[in-house]
Design a protein around this ligand. Structure first.
Ligand code: AMP
Ligand code: MG
Length: 400
Protein backbone atom coordinates (compact mmCIF):
# COMPACT_ATOMS: atom_id res chain seq x y z
CA UNK A 1 0.00 0.00 0.00
CA UNK A 2 1.61 3.23 -1.08
CA UNK A 3 1.10 6.54 0.65
CA UNK A 4 1.11 5.38 4.26
CA UNK A 5 3.04 7.80 6.48
CA UNK A 6 5.28 6.23 9.18
CA UNK A 7 4.30 7.11 12.76
CA UNK A 8 7.52 9.04 13.44
CA UNK A 9 7.03 11.16 10.33
CA UNK A 10 3.40 11.88 11.22
CA UNK A 11 4.51 13.02 14.66
CA UNK A 12 7.15 15.27 13.13
CA UNK A 13 4.44 16.86 10.98
CA UNK A 14 2.12 17.34 13.94
CA UNK A 15 4.93 19.02 15.88
CA UNK A 16 6.22 21.09 12.97
CA UNK A 17 6.31 24.73 14.00
CA UNK A 18 4.99 24.04 17.51
CA UNK A 19 6.84 26.10 20.08
CA UNK A 20 6.22 26.67 23.79
CA UNK A 21 3.45 29.14 24.61
CA UNK A 22 4.32 32.54 26.09
CA UNK A 23 5.37 32.74 29.71
CA UNK A 24 3.44 34.00 32.70
CA UNK A 25 4.10 34.24 36.43
CA UNK A 26 2.33 31.95 38.89
CA UNK A 27 2.51 31.88 42.65
CA UNK A 28 4.68 28.98 43.78
CA UNK A 29 1.70 27.41 45.52
CA UNK A 30 -0.13 27.22 42.19
CA UNK A 31 2.80 25.91 40.16
CA UNK A 32 2.11 22.17 40.39
CA UNK A 33 1.73 20.73 36.90
CA UNK A 34 3.20 23.79 35.20
CA UNK A 35 6.41 23.92 33.18
CA UNK A 36 9.24 26.32 33.97
CA UNK A 37 9.83 28.90 31.25
CA UNK A 38 13.19 29.94 32.70
CA UNK A 39 16.06 28.30 34.50
CA UNK A 40 15.46 28.62 38.22
CA UNK A 41 18.50 29.76 40.18
CA UNK A 42 18.66 29.48 43.95
CA UNK A 43 18.29 32.75 45.81
CA UNK A 44 19.86 31.32 48.94
CA UNK A 45 22.14 28.68 50.39
CA UNK A 46 20.64 25.67 52.15
CA UNK A 47 21.36 25.06 54.94
CA UNK A 48 22.29 28.70 55.40
CA UNK A 49 24.82 27.76 58.11
CA UNK A 50 26.24 24.57 59.66
CA UNK A 51 23.29 22.94 61.42
CA UNK A 52 22.85 20.17 63.93
CA UNK A 53 21.15 17.04 62.63
CA UNK A 54 20.55 15.66 66.13
CA UNK A 55 19.21 16.57 69.54
CA UNK A 56 22.23 16.58 71.86
CA UNK A 57 25.24 18.71 72.74
CA UNK A 58 27.48 20.86 70.58
CA UNK A 59 31.11 20.41 71.61
CA UNK A 60 34.73 20.70 70.54
CA UNK A 61 35.83 17.16 69.73
CA UNK A 62 39.30 17.90 71.14
CA UNK A 63 37.79 18.57 74.61
CA UNK A 64 36.47 15.01 74.93
CA UNK A 65 36.05 12.53 76.51
CA UNK A 66 35.26 14.22 79.81
CA UNK A 67 32.74 16.35 81.66
CA UNK A 68 31.92 19.87 80.44
CA UNK A 69 29.76 22.70 81.80
CA UNK A 70 26.65 23.36 79.69
CA UNK A 71 26.98 27.03 78.83
CA UNK A 72 23.79 27.67 76.87
CA UNK A 73 21.28 26.42 74.39
CA UNK A 74 20.69 26.49 70.61
CA UNK A 75 17.38 25.54 69.03
CA UNK A 76 15.90 25.82 65.51
CA UNK A 77 15.43 29.52 64.85
CA UNK A 78 17.13 30.45 68.16
CA UNK A 79 20.89 30.29 67.72
CA UNK A 80 23.30 30.48 70.67
CA UNK A 81 24.49 34.07 70.77
CA UNK A 82 28.22 34.61 70.49
CA UNK A 83 31.07 32.15 70.65
CA UNK A 84 31.14 28.81 72.47
CA UNK A 85 34.10 28.94 74.83
CA UNK A 86 36.62 26.06 74.71
CA UNK A 87 35.95 23.48 77.41
CA UNK A 88 32.18 24.04 77.39
CA UNK A 89 29.19 22.38 75.72
CA UNK A 90 25.97 23.86 74.35
CA UNK A 91 22.65 22.05 74.56
CA UNK A 92 21.50 21.83 70.93
CA UNK A 93 18.43 20.64 69.05
CA UNK A 94 17.90 19.37 65.50
CA UNK A 95 17.88 22.17 62.95
CA UNK A 96 19.71 24.63 65.23
CA UNK A 97 22.65 26.58 63.89
CA UNK A 98 25.97 25.27 65.21
CA UNK A 99 27.49 27.65 67.75
CA UNK A 100 30.73 29.23 66.58
CA UNK A 101 33.63 27.29 68.11
CA UNK A 102 31.83 23.91 68.20
CA UNK A 103 32.84 21.22 65.71
CA UNK A 104 30.68 18.20 66.58
CA UNK A 105 27.35 17.16 68.06
CA UNK A 106 27.00 14.29 70.51
CA UNK A 107 23.54 12.82 70.58
CA UNK A 108 21.74 13.15 73.88
CA UNK A 109 21.45 9.36 74.29
CA UNK A 110 25.26 9.24 74.65
CA UNK A 111 25.44 11.97 77.31
CA UNK A 112 24.95 11.81 81.07
CA UNK A 113 23.51 15.06 82.28
CA UNK A 114 23.55 16.27 85.89
CA UNK A 115 22.44 19.82 86.66
CA UNK A 116 24.52 22.14 84.48
CA UNK A 117 27.20 19.60 83.58
CA UNK A 118 27.33 16.94 80.86
CA UNK A 119 29.55 13.86 80.81
CA UNK A 120 30.76 12.36 77.54
CA UNK A 121 32.18 8.83 77.66
CA UNK A 122 33.86 9.06 74.24
CA UNK A 123 35.27 11.68 71.89
CA UNK A 124 33.10 12.40 68.82
CA UNK A 125 34.42 12.44 65.31
CA UNK A 126 34.89 16.12 64.28
CA UNK A 127 31.96 17.11 62.06
CA UNK A 128 29.71 14.44 63.57
CA UNK A 129 25.96 15.17 63.18
CA UNK A 130 26.58 18.48 61.44
CA UNK A 131 24.88 19.39 58.18
CA UNK A 132 27.39 21.64 56.50
CA UNK A 133 26.35 25.01 55.13
CA UNK A 134 25.30 24.54 51.50
CA UNK A 135 24.98 20.75 51.87
CA UNK A 136 21.72 20.81 49.87
CA UNK A 137 22.32 23.73 47.48
CA UNK A 138 24.10 27.05 47.25
CA UNK A 139 22.95 30.50 46.26
CA UNK A 140 23.36 31.05 42.53
CA UNK A 141 23.13 27.38 41.60
CA UNK A 142 20.73 26.54 38.77
CA UNK A 143 18.80 23.60 40.17
CA UNK A 144 15.67 23.54 37.98
CA UNK A 145 16.20 24.11 34.24
CA UNK A 146 13.62 25.64 31.91
CA UNK A 147 11.36 22.90 30.60
CA UNK A 148 11.06 21.19 33.98
CA UNK A 149 7.59 19.92 34.79
CA UNK A 150 6.85 21.04 38.32
CA UNK A 151 5.46 18.33 40.59
CA UNK A 152 5.18 18.47 44.37
CA UNK A 153 8.87 17.73 45.01
CA UNK A 154 10.15 20.28 42.52
CA UNK A 155 7.65 22.81 43.84
CA UNK A 156 9.22 22.25 47.26
CA UNK A 157 12.72 22.84 45.90
CA UNK A 158 11.65 26.05 44.15
CA UNK A 159 10.05 27.29 47.37
CA UNK A 160 13.14 26.33 49.42
CA UNK A 161 15.25 28.32 46.93
CA UNK A 162 13.06 31.23 48.02
CA UNK A 163 10.94 31.77 44.93
CA UNK A 164 7.48 33.10 45.76
CA UNK A 165 6.50 32.98 42.09
CA UNK A 166 7.91 31.27 39.01
CA UNK A 167 7.83 31.92 35.27
CA UNK A 168 5.91 29.14 33.53
CA UNK A 169 4.48 28.67 30.09
CA UNK A 170 0.83 29.44 29.59
CA UNK A 171 -1.28 26.30 29.58
CA UNK A 172 -2.50 25.12 26.19
CA UNK A 173 -6.20 25.88 25.66
CA UNK A 174 -7.85 23.01 23.88
CA UNK A 175 -11.33 22.74 22.40
CA UNK A 176 -12.81 19.32 21.70
CA UNK A 177 -15.41 18.68 19.04
CA UNK A 178 -17.22 15.44 18.28
CA UNK A 179 -18.47 15.11 14.75
CA UNK A 180 -21.01 12.59 13.54
CA UNK A 181 -24.68 12.40 12.61
CA UNK A 182 -24.95 9.24 14.68
CA UNK A 183 -23.76 10.67 17.99
CA UNK A 184 -25.74 11.50 21.14
CA UNK A 185 -24.47 12.67 24.52
CA UNK A 186 -24.02 10.12 27.33
CA UNK A 187 -27.25 9.73 29.29
CA UNK A 188 -29.56 10.39 26.37
CA UNK A 189 -31.72 7.69 24.84
CA UNK A 190 -30.12 6.82 21.48
CA UNK A 191 -32.54 6.65 18.56
CA UNK A 192 -32.27 4.11 15.76
CA UNK A 193 -28.68 3.87 14.50
CA UNK A 194 -27.37 6.31 17.08
CA UNK A 195 -24.46 5.70 19.43
CA UNK A 196 -23.29 7.41 22.58
CA UNK A 197 -20.37 9.77 22.10
CA UNK A 198 -17.50 8.76 24.38
CA UNK A 199 -14.48 10.34 22.69
CA UNK A 200 -14.95 13.89 23.96
CA UNK A 201 -14.83 12.78 27.59
CA UNK A 202 -11.70 10.73 26.93
CA UNK A 203 -9.94 13.54 25.08
CA UNK A 204 -10.85 16.17 27.67
CA UNK A 205 -9.49 13.95 30.42
CA UNK A 206 -6.27 13.31 28.50
CA UNK A 207 -5.87 17.06 27.93
CA UNK A 208 -6.52 17.93 31.58
CA UNK A 209 -4.11 15.28 32.81
CA UNK A 210 -1.47 17.05 30.77
CA UNK A 211 -2.18 20.21 32.71
CA UNK A 212 -3.91 21.88 29.76
CA UNK A 213 -7.37 23.47 29.71
CA UNK A 214 -10.09 21.54 27.92
CA UNK A 215 -13.38 22.95 26.63
CA UNK A 216 -15.85 20.41 25.30
CA UNK A 217 -17.78 21.96 22.44
CA UNK A 218 -20.21 19.07 22.09
CA UNK A 219 -21.44 17.20 19.06
CA UNK A 220 -21.95 18.54 15.55
CA UNK A 221 -23.67 16.64 12.76
CA UNK A 222 -21.79 15.96 9.53
CA UNK A 223 -22.91 19.25 8.03
CA UNK A 224 -20.90 22.14 6.66
CA UNK A 225 -22.71 24.94 8.52
CA UNK A 226 -22.62 23.27 11.94
CA UNK A 227 -18.99 22.18 11.67
CA UNK A 228 -17.87 25.55 10.36
CA UNK A 229 -19.68 27.35 13.18
CA UNK A 230 -17.96 25.14 15.77
CA UNK A 231 -14.53 25.68 14.22
CA UNK A 232 -15.09 29.45 14.19
CA UNK A 233 -16.27 29.41 17.76
CA UNK A 234 -13.20 27.49 18.90
CA UNK A 235 -10.97 29.97 17.18
CA UNK A 236 -12.86 33.03 18.39
CA UNK A 237 -12.53 31.78 21.96
CA UNK A 238 -8.75 31.77 21.59
CA UNK A 239 -8.01 28.07 21.70
CA UNK A 240 -4.55 26.91 20.78
CA UNK A 241 -5.77 23.55 19.56
CA UNK A 242 -9.07 22.23 18.28
CA UNK A 243 -9.22 18.45 18.50
CA UNK A 244 -11.94 16.87 16.43
CA UNK A 245 -12.98 13.25 16.48
CA UNK A 246 -14.78 11.58 13.63
CA UNK A 247 -14.93 12.46 10.00
CA UNK A 248 -12.57 9.70 8.99
CA UNK A 249 -14.81 8.17 6.35
CA UNK A 250 -14.25 9.33 2.79
CA UNK A 251 -17.30 11.55 2.39
CA UNK A 252 -16.62 13.18 5.74
CA UNK A 253 -13.05 13.96 4.68
CA UNK A 254 -14.49 16.00 1.87
CA UNK A 255 -16.81 17.75 4.29
CA UNK A 256 -13.95 18.80 6.55
CA UNK A 257 -11.94 19.91 3.55
CA UNK A 258 -14.86 22.13 2.55
CA UNK A 259 -15.16 23.47 6.08
CA UNK A 260 -11.52 24.42 6.16
CA UNK A 261 -11.53 25.81 2.65
CA UNK A 262 -14.23 28.14 3.88
CA UNK A 263 -11.63 29.27 6.43
CA UNK A 264 -9.03 29.69 3.72
CA UNK A 265 -6.86 26.71 4.64
CA UNK A 266 -6.16 23.38 3.05
CA UNK A 267 -5.86 20.68 5.70
CA UNK A 268 -3.16 18.04 5.50
CA UNK A 269 -4.52 14.51 5.64
CA UNK A 270 -2.30 11.54 6.22
CA UNK A 271 -2.96 7.90 6.28
CA UNK A 272 -0.58 6.71 8.94
CA UNK A 273 1.04 3.30 8.86
CA UNK A 274 -0.42 2.36 12.22
CA UNK A 275 -3.21 0.31 13.68
CA UNK A 276 -5.52 1.45 15.17
CA UNK A 277 -5.92 4.95 13.84
CA UNK A 278 -5.08 5.26 10.21
CA UNK A 279 -6.31 8.74 9.26
CA UNK A 280 -5.09 11.96 10.86
CA UNK A 281 -5.63 15.55 9.85
CA UNK A 282 -3.82 18.76 10.68
CA UNK A 283 -4.51 22.36 9.73
CA UNK A 284 -3.49 25.78 10.95
CA UNK A 285 -6.44 28.14 11.12
CA UNK A 286 -5.09 31.57 11.91
CA UNK A 287 -2.85 30.31 14.70
CA UNK A 288 -5.22 27.64 16.01
CA UNK A 289 -4.06 24.11 15.28
CA UNK A 290 -6.76 21.75 14.23
CA UNK A 291 -5.89 18.12 14.95
CA UNK A 292 -8.39 15.76 13.42
CA UNK A 293 -8.49 12.33 15.05
CA UNK A 294 -10.46 9.34 13.81
CA UNK A 295 -13.86 8.70 15.40
CA UNK A 296 -13.18 5.13 16.28
CA UNK A 297 -12.80 5.23 20.08
CA UNK A 298 -9.63 3.18 20.35
CA UNK A 299 -8.05 4.89 17.36
CA UNK A 300 -8.99 8.27 18.79
CA UNK A 301 -7.38 7.41 22.13
CA UNK A 302 -4.22 5.89 20.66
CA UNK A 303 -3.77 8.84 18.30
CA UNK A 304 -4.26 11.20 21.24
CA UNK A 305 -1.54 9.31 23.14
CA UNK A 306 0.90 9.34 20.25
CA UNK A 307 0.25 12.76 18.69
CA UNK A 308 -1.90 15.03 20.86
CA UNK A 309 -0.03 14.44 24.12
CA UNK A 310 3.42 15.26 22.65
CA UNK A 311 1.95 18.36 21.00
CA UNK A 312 0.46 19.52 24.31
CA UNK A 313 3.76 18.94 26.07
CA UNK A 314 5.66 20.84 23.43
CA UNK A 315 3.29 23.83 23.69
CA UNK A 316 3.45 23.63 27.48
CA UNK A 317 7.24 23.94 27.25
CA UNK A 318 8.24 20.44 28.29
CA UNK A 319 11.38 18.92 26.89
CA UNK A 320 10.35 15.30 27.52
CA UNK A 321 7.37 15.03 25.23
CA UNK A 322 7.25 11.47 23.93
CA UNK A 323 5.32 8.62 25.54
CA UNK A 324 7.72 6.56 27.62
CA UNK A 325 8.50 3.15 26.16
CA UNK A 326 9.57 0.25 28.34
CA UNK A 327 10.87 -3.27 27.84
CA UNK A 328 8.59 -6.21 28.55
CA UNK A 329 8.16 -9.80 27.44
CA UNK A 330 5.15 -11.14 25.60
CA UNK A 331 2.61 -13.22 27.47
CA UNK A 332 1.35 -14.73 24.21
CA UNK A 333 2.77 -15.58 20.79
CA UNK A 334 2.16 -13.07 17.99
CA UNK A 335 1.79 -13.60 14.26
CA UNK A 336 3.92 -11.67 11.78
CA UNK A 337 2.89 -8.03 11.37
CA UNK A 338 1.96 -6.30 8.13
CA UNK A 339 3.14 -2.88 7.00
CA UNK A 340 1.42 -0.93 9.79
CA UNK A 341 2.87 -0.27 13.23
CA UNK A 342 0.55 -1.98 15.71
CA UNK A 343 -0.43 -0.74 19.15
CA UNK A 344 -1.92 -3.81 20.78
CA UNK A 345 -4.05 -3.42 23.87
CA UNK A 346 -2.47 -5.60 26.56
CA UNK A 347 -2.65 -6.44 30.23
CA UNK A 348 0.49 -6.37 32.37
CA UNK A 349 1.65 -8.79 35.03
CA UNK A 350 4.91 -9.28 36.87
CA UNK A 351 6.65 -12.67 36.63
CA UNK A 352 10.19 -13.53 37.81
CA UNK A 353 11.07 -9.84 37.90
CA UNK A 354 9.90 -9.34 34.31
CA UNK A 355 7.00 -7.27 33.07
CA UNK A 356 4.80 -9.60 31.04
CA UNK A 357 2.53 -7.92 28.49
CA UNK A 358 -0.30 -10.09 27.21
CA UNK A 359 -2.17 -8.68 24.22
CA UNK A 360 -5.91 -9.12 24.59
CA UNK A 361 -7.23 -11.72 22.18
CA UNK A 362 -9.61 -9.40 20.33
CA UNK A 363 -8.03 -6.19 19.08
CA UNK A 364 -10.95 -4.61 17.22
CA UNK A 365 -10.43 -0.87 17.35
CA UNK A 366 -14.03 -0.12 18.23
CA UNK A 367 -13.80 -1.94 21.57
CA UNK A 368 -13.77 0.57 24.38
CA UNK A 369 -14.10 -2.06 27.05
CA UNK A 370 -10.96 -3.85 25.90
CA UNK A 371 -9.19 -0.50 25.93
CA UNK A 372 -10.47 0.28 29.41
CA UNK A 373 -9.33 -3.10 30.73
CA UNK A 374 -5.84 -2.89 29.25
CA UNK A 375 -2.77 -1.63 31.08
CA UNK A 376 -0.46 -0.95 28.17
CA UNK A 377 0.00 -0.79 24.43
CA UNK A 378 2.42 -3.31 22.92
CA UNK A 379 4.26 -1.71 20.02
CA UNK A 380 4.77 -3.93 17.00
CA UNK A 381 7.02 -2.53 14.30
CA UNK A 382 5.91 -2.77 10.67
CA UNK A 383 6.78 -6.19 9.20
CA UNK A 384 7.79 -7.58 12.60
CA UNK A 385 8.21 -11.37 12.28
CA UNK A 386 6.12 -13.92 14.18
CA UNK A 387 7.37 -14.26 17.77
CA UNK A 388 6.75 -16.83 20.51
CA UNK A 389 5.45 -16.20 24.01
CA UNK A 390 8.28 -14.82 26.15
CA UNK A 391 9.84 -12.81 23.33
CA UNK A 392 10.97 -9.28 24.25
CA UNK A 393 8.69 -6.39 23.28
CA UNK A 394 8.29 -2.67 23.83
CA UNK A 395 5.29 -1.22 25.64
CA UNK A 396 3.73 2.11 26.51
CA UNK A 397 2.07 1.98 29.92
CA UNK A 398 -1.37 3.57 29.99
CA UNK A 399 -2.14 6.08 32.73
CA UNK A 400 -4.36 4.91 35.56
P1 AMP B 1 -15.64 8.30 11.73
O1 AMP B 1 -14.21 8.61 12.01
O2 AMP B 1 -16.54 9.47 11.80
O3 AMP B 1 -15.75 7.58 10.41
O4 AMP B 1 -16.12 7.31 12.85
C1 AMP B 1 -15.58 6.00 12.98
C2 AMP B 1 -16.36 5.20 14.01
O5 AMP B 1 -16.21 5.80 15.28
C3 AMP B 1 -17.87 5.16 13.74
O6 AMP B 1 -18.34 3.88 14.08
C4 AMP B 1 -18.41 6.19 14.71
O7 AMP B 1 -19.74 5.92 15.08
C5 AMP B 1 -17.47 6.09 15.87
N1 AMP B 1 -17.42 7.38 16.56
C6 AMP B 1 -17.26 8.58 15.96
N2 AMP B 1 -17.26 9.58 16.87
C7 AMP B 1 -17.39 8.99 18.08
C8 AMP B 1 -17.48 9.49 19.41
N3 AMP B 1 -17.40 10.80 19.68
N4 AMP B 1 -17.61 8.59 20.41
C9 AMP B 1 -17.66 7.27 20.15
N5 AMP B 1 -17.61 6.77 18.92
C10 AMP B 1 -17.49 7.58 17.88
MG1 MG C 1 -18.32 10.04 11.30
Amino acid sequence: MAGLTPVAEALARVLAGAVPLPEEQVAIGDADGRVLARDLVSRRTQPPADMSSMDGYAVRAADLPGTLPVAGEAAAGRPFPGQMAPGTAIRIFTGAEMPAGADAVVMQEDVTRSADRATFAAAPRPGQFIRKRGLDFSEGVMALPAGTLIEPRKLGLAAAMNHAAVAVHRRPRVAILSTGDELVEPGTEPGPGQIVSSNAGVLAAVVRREGAEATVLGIVPDRLDATLAAVRRARAEGHDILVTSGGASVGEHDLIREVLRAEGVEPAFWKIAMRPGKPLMMADIGGMRLLGLPGNPVASFVCATLFLTPLLRRLAGRTDILPVEEDAVLGAALAANDLRQDYLRATLAERDGLVVATPLPVQDSSMIRVLAESDALVIRAPHAPAVPEGAPCRIIRLAR
